[in-house]
Ligand binder design. Structure first.
Ligand code: 13P
Ligand code: ZN
Ligand code: NA
Length: 276
């Protein structure tokens, strides 16, 4: 099933997919063990910096073969891409979905750049996600409401570009939060009413369970999770290696993989909890 069709199914069911960033074989394996044991489908995503690290073909082949190995239904997505050329290379390498992030440009530039990508992606039958409004990057503070997505603009943007999925700025931010976030759920409801696109919540790390579940009820269909995975993996490794001179790396990684597995299992259960 294409991701676009999956989003249509999720819209009817009122559900969402977890989209996890992976960085290497080990984080990918932790994520897929969780998807396999819980039976939930998943989106695997790589940022441009992970592609710099792994290479596009290795990233795509790793994801594909690992999905098969773990017998998991999943899609491979390019997260926060800024360039047409990287997006085209990923589509050529078999990515199911791409994000064009022109959120820091003006509305009309964002429309133009995003429209070029939807035009291109049509040839591949791929899903396209764009961002309107501005979700703070790692280490930045969200400028209160000034960068939030406007519902009327969202409608115009989706109509003009034909995107399948839209990342919304409603108070979430990348990385951990200094204070508990307070998502603008009224705004989310209005955006959902105004547009037909699958709505995407970036900055999933650190958002309290209640707000995640409420956001799914109000139209979020994809929740991105990165920082918590990276941190869990590295914190476990750092602890394990503190007083340990093991040099067989195959004996070092499994406990960090296991911690990622546990984390992602908990997130999958949280996201797929039946409505109360
Ligand atoms: P976090 O790092 O806050 O989980 O955000 C992930 C994200 O939005 C990836 O695009
Ligand atoms: Zn993001
Ligand atoms: Na976050």
């Amino acid at each position: 099933m294409t991701l676009q069709d999956k989003f249509k199914e999720l819209e009817i069911e009122g559900k969402a997919l977890l989209a996890t960033n992976f960085y290497n074989y080990e984080t990918l394996t932790g994520v897929l063990k969780a998807a396999q044991s819980t039976g939930f489908p998943i989106i695997l995503q790589t940022s441009p910096s992970t592609i710099d690290y792994l290479g596009i073909d290795v990233a795509a082949a790793l994801a594909r073969s690992a999905l098969k190995k773990h017998n998991v239904e999943g899609w491979l997505h390019l997260d926060h891409a800024h360039s047409y050329s990287l997006i085209k290379e990923c589509l050529d390498a078999g990515y199911d979905s791409v994000m064009i992030d022109a959120s820091e440009k003006s509305f009309s530039e964002n429309v133009d750049i995003t429209s070029q990508i939807t035009e291109l992606a049509k040839k591949y039958g791929a899903n396209v996600e764009a961002e309107l409004g501005y979700v703070a990057k790692l280490g930045q503070v969200q400028e209160k409401e000034s960068g939030f997505t406007d519902p009327d603009d969202a409608k115009k943007f989706v109509d003009l570009t034909g995107v399948d999925a839209l990342a919304v700025a409603i108070g979430s931010a990348h990385g951990f939060y200094k204070a508990e976030p307070n998502l603008d759920l009224d705004r989310l409801a209005k955006i959902d009413e105004a547009t037909s696109a699958a709505l995407v919540l970036h900055g999933g790390s650190g958002i309290p369970e209640k707000q995640i579940q409420k956001s799914i009820q109000l139209g979020i269909r994809k929740i991105n999770l990165a920082t918590e995975i990276k941190n869990k993996f590295m914190n476990t490794l750092q602890k394990d290696l503190k007083d340990n001179d093991e040099i067989d790396l195959r004996k070092v990684f499994p406990s960090a993989i296991e911690q990622v597995n546990k984390l992602v299992q908990a997130k999958l259960h949280m996201i797929n909890q039946p409505k109360s």
